[in-house]
Design a protein around this ligand. Structure first.
Ligand code: ING
Length: 327
C-alpha cells in the first residue's frame, strides 16, 4: 500500500470483475432446464460485460421448497441434485467454460449415502471445480407449523455442515463462500477473515415476512445490507450477496443483491426483483487498507479473552452479585 489513497496503477492491482447473478422467482413446477436457460442468459450478459466470476443464488435451480411441509423427506427429493453437474446442469457448466467465466451456484445436495445439505459449488473459468461449501447455520424449524402463512423447514430438509467455512486460492485472490442465514452471524466472516479471505460469495432466499416476529418485516433490506457491510468491513473483504427474489409461489422475497467493498460500502446493487446482473470491478488489493491497519488481526485481536465465543453455544448469564461482594 503506497502513501497516497490509491494502490498505484490499475495494472499493478489485482482487479477482478465480479457479478451477482440475481434470479427472480422460480416456480414450483419450473423445470431445471428453464432455470438453467435463465442462468446462461445471465452468463451471456456477463460475458458481454467482461465479467470473470458470477455468483448465483442459494438453491438457485428450484423454487424454495422448504416453504412446504412433507411427512416423508423423500417427498422433496426431486428438488435435490444427486450429482453436480448432472445432465440438466451440465449446459450451465459448458456455457460458463465457453465464456471463460467462473461461477458459484447454490443447490440442494443429496449425497449417495443419503445426507442432505444446502450446498454451493465454486467453479473456475475453465470449468474446473474449485470447492463446495455446505451451509453451516440452518434457520427455521424442523416440524410442521401450519400456523405460518408459509413455512421455513430448512431444519427438516438440510443437515448442518460440520465442515465450517473454507477459503480457496482462486481468481487471483482468496475466495470464500457462505449461504443465506450464515451471513447474519459474525462468526461466519471472522472464520474466513482469519484465513485471509478477500472475496466472500453469499447466495440467499429471504422472505420479507418473518412469521416469528413480523415487526422485522420492514427491516429485511436493512438487516440484509447491515450484516454483509459489517462482515466486509470488519474482515477487510469484498462481499457479494445474491438473491433469488421477487414473489415466488406467493411468498415475497427480498432481492437487493449487492456487491460490497472491504470498506463496507455498497458499490453496486440490484434495482429489480427479477433476473438481473449486478457488476463491479473489485480491487482485491483494496483489502489491505483494512487488513493491514484497523483489522491487523495478528496485532490487535485478543483470542485469550474470547473463549466464550467458541466454548459456549447459548447465553450463560453471570450469577447475581451480592452487595459489597468483590467485583
Ligand atoms: N433464509 C433466511 C435468512 O436468514 C430468514 C431465514 C427468513 C430470516 C425470513 C429472516 C426472515 O435470510 C435462509 N434461507 O437462510
Amino acid at each position: 500500500m503506497t502513501a497516497d489513497d490509491g494502490d498505484g496503477p490499475d495494472a499493478a492491482r489485482r482487479m477482478l470483475r465480479v457479478a451477482a447473478g440475481q434470479l427472480g422467482p422460480v416456480g414450483r413446477d419450473e423445470p431445471r432446464s428453464s432455470v438453467v436457460a435463465r442462468l446462461i442468459a445471465l452468463l451471456d450478459r456477463a460475458a458481454d460485460r467482461g465479467v470473470e466470476l458470477v455468483a448465483f443464488p442459494e438453491l438457485a435451480l428450484t423454487t424454495f421448497f422448504p416453504r412446504w411441509y412433507t411427512e416423508e423427506l423423500s417427498g422433496h427429493d426431486h428438488y435435490f441434485e444427486t450429482e453436480m453437474p448432472g445432465p440438466e446442469t451440465k449446459p450451465l457448466f459448458d456455457a460458463a467454460a465457453s465464456h471463460g467465466i467462473g461461477f458459484s451456484l447454490g443447490y440442494a445436495e443429496l449425497t449417495p449415502d443419503g445426507h442432505r445439505y444446502n450446498t454451493t459449488i465454486l467453479v473456475d473459468g475453465a470449468g474446473g471445480e474449485v470447492a463446495r461449501f455446505r451451509k453451516v447455520h440452518i434457520p427455521g424449524h424442523e416440524d410442521d407449523e401450519p400456523w405460518r402463512p408459509f413455512q421455513h423447514l430448512e431444519r427438516r430438509y438440510f443437515e448442518e455442515s460440520d465442515q465450517g467455512f473454507g477459503v480457496w486460492p482462486a481468481f487471483g485472490g482468496l475466495v470464500g463462500m457462505a449461504t443465506c442465514n450464515d451471513r447474519r452471524w459474525p462468526e461466519t466472516y471472522r472464520e474466513m477473515g482469519l484465513q485471509g479471505v478477500e472475496l466472500i460469495l453469499i447466495g440467499y432466499n429471504t422472505p420479507i415476512h418473518y412469521a416469528p416476529d413480523p415487526g422485522q418485516n420492514a427491516l429485511q433490506g436493512f438487516h440484509n445490507a447491515l450484516v454483509m457491510q459489517a462482515g466486509a468491513y470488519q474482515n477487510g473483504t469484498w462481499v457479494v450477496g445474491v438473491a433469488k427474489g421477487g414473489t415466488e409461489e406467493g411468498v415475497e422475497s427480498l432481492a437487493q443483491s449487492a456487491i460490497i467493498a472491504p470498506s463496507g460500502q455498497i458499490v453496486a446493487q440490484a434495482v429489480t426483483s427479477g433476473d438481473e446482473l449486478v457488476v463491479a470491478d473489485c480491487d482485491l488489493d483494496w483489502c489491505r487498507h483494512y487488513k493491514e491497519t484497523l483489522f491487523d488481526f495478528a496485532r490487535y485481536r485478543r483470542p485469550e479473552v474470547y473463549r466464550r465465543i467458541t466454548t459456549q453455544k447459548g447465553v450463560e448469564v453471570p450469577p447475581p452479585r451480592h452487595e459489597g461482594a468483590e467485583p
